[in-house]
Write a protein that binds this ligand. Structure first.
Ligand code: GLU
Length: 489
């Protein structure tokens, strides 16, 4: 599907309304637009749809742009860079909308409607009560020019409606869902602007898609009801209709619309939990897209290479957080330890375990003990905290393995102390040799290794005692064993 030279450049857009935190559903829409445009050597445009002045917030916009960059989805055109279709924020495009709106009115495709909200509402109620589609009755549709001018001069309040045709079939071939057909009579004359300063979504979206030369519109299926209206508008303005692809909903394990119950919804929450952008991208790509092969791990480059709209499923995509944890763990395991350490440092700092985000062989060693079992970076804090703490704060009974009594624990720890002290070569291999030989002499290996491990960590579970001793160093190991013995004094 690589675009040939003579074909039109493929231009997709992600057009979020910054009215809340950037979430998984939005990220998936952005990703599929990004992948499709990159696959076809096209352009990916970011457009901020902030016409809802009350609900749109700059902070959400900033957050979503940061999140997109974090995931590696860089846009070719968008706000805060200059582009051929500036500005890319709807709140800054009123001049452009005005021109298109004036033209629609001039050509008789749109008109001023002076009906009060109450009248329109009661008319709709009536239509519903007799089982008909609740559309506007068209009262102001054919007002003559003089009357309109007179009303406007008098300052009568009006909205601007689009003249939707009656009895026409609106058909579009959705690239995911196939042919969709709607009878235009069910649409009615819909409002496109409150006035020449306040435009509504279907109108601004269409003007921008035309103006920015978007030829593929990939978005959530919740927008399907808008598509016929947008097609009518585009045709009235005399432009080509783009191709549409509507993505199915993301569902939770219970097959209902995904919610907080199923996992974190905002991208910031995923970042905070310590998911890697590579893993998140990989996971999001599979929310509705299936390459039809066994391959489960994709880099962004590979996704671009293998992506196609044909392989997007029609049915809802099931969100399974365990799968994300699995992918994340996989990426963590294959990461060079230096890099993993760098990525863990901010979490250690935030938890107060280190004062500066500076790596050291000691930190690296501590982290390496847990690389195999780490699923999210944030988990590193609870795993390695013991390396940074003076007081491990555990109950002395935790040192007891099975039926051990106080005196047995003390004897075991004293043995360990003696072995560590006598270990001339303080390496993992040598410690392993010494301790395993000693443990063999005992009835149960746990009698030696459990108290030792707890003395080093104060925890029920952790990495093994040999690795821990090596990572802590001889001096610190001896100090910790001694402290444990003192608990029985
Ligand atoms: N601004 C719309 C939204 O956030 C998207 C519009 C579109 O993709 O056409 O839902």
């Amino acid at each position: 599907m690589i675009a040939k030279k003579e074909e039109k450049e493929i231009r997709t857009r992600y057009a979020p309304s910054p009215t809340g935190p950037f979430h998984i559903g939005g990220a998936r829409t952005a990703l599929f637009n990004y992948l499709f445009s990159k696959k076809n050597n096209g352009k990916f445009i970011l457009r901020i749809e902030d016409t809802d002045k009350e609900r749109s917030k700059r902070e959400f916009e900033t957050q979503l742009m940061g999140n997109l960059k974090w995931m590696g989805m860089n846009w070719d055109e968008g706000p805060e860079m200059s582009g051929p279709h500036d500005p890319y924020r709807q709140s800054e495009r009123n001049g452009i909308y005005k021109k298109y709106l004036e033209k629609l009115i001039e050509e008789g495709h749109a008109y001023h409607c002076f009906c009060s909200k109450e009248d329109v509402e009661s008319q709709k109620q009536y239509l519903m009560s007799i089982g008909e589609a609740p559309i506007y009755n068209g009262k102001c549709r054919d007002l003559d020019k003089e009357t309109v001018e007179k009303y406007l001069k008098e300052g009568k309040r009006s909205v601007i409606r689009f003249k939707a045709p009656f009895g026409e079939k609106i058909v579009f071939d959705d690239l995911i869902r196939g042919k969709i057909e709607v009878d235009s009579s069910t649409i009615g004359d819909f409002v496109i602007a409150k006035d020449f300063d306040n435009y509504l979504y279907n109108f601004t979206c269409v003007v921008d898609d035309i103006d920015m030369q978007i030829n593929y519109v990939i978005r959530g299926e919740d927008h399907i009801p808008n598509t016929p209206k947008q097609i009518l508008l585009i045709k009235a303005m005399g432009f080509d209709v783009p191709r549409y692809a509507h993505l199915s909903l993301i569902l939770g394990a219970d097959r209902k619309k995904m919610s907080k119950r199923d996992g974190k919804t905002s991208i910031d929450e995923y970042i905070e939990a310590g998911y890697l952008p590579e893993a998140l991208i990989n996971f999001i790509a599979f929310l509705g897209w299936n390459p039809g092969t066994e391959k489960e791990i994709y880099t962004m480059e590979e996704l671009i290479h293998d992506f196609s709209l044909e392989k997007i499923q029609k049915s809802g995509a099931i969100f399974n957080i365990d799968k994300l944890d699995w992918v994340n763990g996989l990426y963590i395991r294959k990461m060079p330890i230096k890099e993993l350490t760098e990525r863990c440092l901010p979490y250690l700092k935030k938890a107060g375990l280190i004062s500066e985000e500076i790596s050291s062989p000691f930190i690296e060693k501590a982290i390496s003990l847990y690389q195999e079992r780490l699923k999210k970076l944030s988990e590193i804090v609870e795993l390695v905290d013991i390396f940074f703490k003076e007081d491990l704060g555990y109950e002395k009974d935790l040192l007891k393995w099975k039926t051990m009594e106080d005196k047995d624990v003390v004897a075991s720890l004293e043995k360990s102390y003696e072995l560590v002290l006598g270990a001339e070569e303080y390496t993992k291999q040598n410690l392993e040799k010494i301790f395993l030989a000693e443990a063999e002499k005992m009835e149960n290996r746990g009698n030696l290794l459990w108290p030792l491990r707890v003395s080093l960590t104060g925890k029920k579970s952790s990495a093994g005692p040999i690795e821990l001793m090596e990572a802590l160093g001889k001096e610190e190991t001896l100090k910790r064993i001694k402290k444990a013995i003192q608990k029985y004094a």
